[in-house]
Design a protein around this ligand. Structure first.
Ligand SMILES: *Cc1c(COP(=O)(O)O)cnc(C)c1O
Length: 385
C-alpha cells in the first residue's frame, strides 16, 4: 500500500521512491487488461489497428501529419538519420551537431547512422544547447542538428530553426523526455523537420515495454521510415531498402492510447510539483532549474545542482528520499568512445558533477512532495556545530 501520511504508524519518516511505476500505471490496470484481452483475441499483434489508431492519435496530439511507430527511442533517432541519407538529404559522413549534455542514445544514433557527432557545450541555466554554440560549430560538412528537449524543457527552437534554414541544415528533435511539452503554444514533435520519441516505461508517456515513434509533416520521410523499420519493404517480400526490424507492437500501442488521454493531466501534476519545489525549496546551497514564459515544461525530471553531490544524496537518503543522477558521465567521456575523450565541454562536465534529480512523477503525492521539500531545506553544506 502506498503510504500517504508524512509519518507511518510507527512514526518513521515516509519513504519517497524516485519513481514508482506500479503507482503510475495502477489507475489504468483495468482498461489495459481489457484491451490486452481484445488484442490477444484478435490474433493480430504487429502493425494492426491498435498501432494505426495510436499513430493517428499521437500525430494529432503533436499537431503533425504523420507518426510512425518504431521499436524504441534510439531507433526513432537512427531511422530518421538513415532515412534522410537514403532520401539524399544528408550525404554519408556528414556532421550532426548534438548537445554534449544528453542521454547516450542521442550520440549513438548519429554514430550508428555512419555520421559524425559534433558536440557543443550547453548553457548553464537551461541545460540545453544554444543557437550561438550551434552557429559556431557549423562547417561545410554539417548536415543536421539534434535539439534535445532534455528533462522535458523545450529548446528555444525559433532562432535555431532560422539558423538551420539559413544554412540548409535539418533539425531533428530528440523529444524522448518531452511528450506534451509546448514551445510558444506548439507541441514538441512539431518543432523541427522530424522528432524522435521514446515510450520507455519511465518516460512521460510510457508503455509497458519498449516503444518509440517518429513524428513529421514530411510524407516521403514518414514512408521511408515505415519501410526501413519493416525490413525495407512497404509491400510484403518486396524490399526497396536494406532495412531492419523496428516496429511498435499493438499491445504497447493500445496501452499508449489509454495513457495518452491522461498525458496532459499527468504533465499538469508534474508542473504543480515543480512549482511547489520552485517556491518552497529555499536552501541557498541548492540551485533550482529555471523556467521562462512561453515554455510549457514537461518536467520529465526535476534536476537541481549542488556542490557536494554525494553528501546531498546521502542526506536525502537518510531522510527517506530517493534521488538519481542524469547523468553521471557525459557521452564524450564514456569508455565506449575512446576517440571522443579529448573533447572539452566545461559546462557539460560541471553539470555531470553537480546534477541531482529529485522525485517527480504523476504518482507522487502531496505529503511526499512536502517530505522532499523539508529534507532538501534541512540540508547543510557543512556539518552543524
Ligand atoms: C530515453 C531517451 C532516448 C532513448 O529512448 P529508448 O526508447 O530508451 O531507446 C533517447 N534520447 C533521450 C534524451 C532519452 O531520454
Amino acid at each position: 500500500m502506498p503510504n500517504n501520511d508524512k509519518n507511518d504508524k510507527n512514526g518513521n519518516t515516509i519513504t519517497v521512491p524516485f519513481l514508482n511505476l506500479q503507482d503510475v500505471n495502477r489507475p489504468y490496470m483495468g482498461e489495459m487488461a481489457a484491451v490486452a484481452e481484445q488484442i490477444i483475441q484478435s490474433g493480430w499483434y504487429i502493425r494492426g489497428s491498435a498501432c494505426t489508431t495510436f499513430e493517428r492519435q499521437f500525430a494529432d496530439y503533436c499537431g503533425v501529419e504523420h507518426c510512425v511507430g518504431v521499436g524504441n527511442g534510439l531507433e526513432a533517432l537512427t531511422l530518421t538519420l538513415n532515412a534522410w541519407q537514403i532520401l539524399g538529404k544528408i550525404s554519408p559522413g556528414s556532421e550532426v551537431i548534438i548537445p554534449g549534455h544528453t542521454f547516450i542514445a542521442t550520440a549513438l544514433a548519429v554514430i550508428d547512422s555512419g555520421l559524425t557527432p559534433v558536440f557543443v557545450d550547453v548553457v548553464d541555466d537551461t541545460f540545453l544547447l544554444s543557437t550561438n554554440e550551434v552557429a559556431a560549430a557549423i562547417t561545410e560538412r554539417t548536415a543536421a542538428v539534434v535539439a534535445v528537449h532534455l528533462y522535458g524543457r523545450p529548446v528555444d527552437v525559433d532562432p535555431l530553426k532560422q539558423l538551420c534554414d539559413a544554412n540548409g541544415l535539418l533539425l531533428l528533435e530528440d523529444a524522448a523526455q518531452a511528450h506534451g511539452a509546448k514551445y510558444k503554444g506548439r507541441r514538441s514533435g512539431s518543432l523541427g523537420d522530424a522528432a524522435a520519441f521514446s515510450f520507455y516505461p519511465g518516460k512521460n508517456l510510457g508503455a509497458l515495454g519498449d516503444g518509440g515513434a517518429v513524428t513529421t509533416n514530411d510524407n516521403e520521410l514518414a514512408d521511408c521510415i515505415r519501410s526501413l523499420g519493416n525490413y525495407g519493404s512497404a509491400e510484403k517480400y518486396v524490399n526497396i531498402y536494406a532495412g531492419r526490424n523496428s516496429r511498435l507492437d499493438d499491445l504497447q500501442a493500445a496501452f499508449l492510447s489509454i495513457k495518452l488521454r491522461h498525458l496532459d493531466d499527468d504533465n499538469e501534476h508534474r508542473r504543480r510539483v515543480a512549482s511547489r519545489y520552485a517556491k518552497e525549496i529555499t536552501n541557498p546551497a541548492v540551485c533550482l532549474p529555471t523556467c521562462v514564459r512561453g515554455l510549457e515544461h514537461a518536467w520529465h525530471l526535476y534536476v537541481v545542482r549542488v556542490q557536494s553531490r554525494h553528501r546531498f544524496q546521502k542526506h536525502l537518503e537518510q531522510q527517506g528520499i530517493a534521488t538519481s543522477v542524469h547523468y553521471p558521465i557525459p557521452p564524450h567521456k564514456q569508455v565506449a568512445f575512446p576517440a571522443l575523450q579529448h573533447i572539452s565541454l566545461p559546462t557539460t562536465e560541471a553539470m555531470h558533477r553537480e546534477v541531482v534529480s529529485l522525485p517527480i512523477s504523476p504518482a507522487i503525492t502531496e505529503p511526499q512532495v512536502q517530505a522532499v521539500i523539508d529534507a532538501v531545506n534541512l540540508y547543510r553544506t557543512s556539518p552543524s556545530p
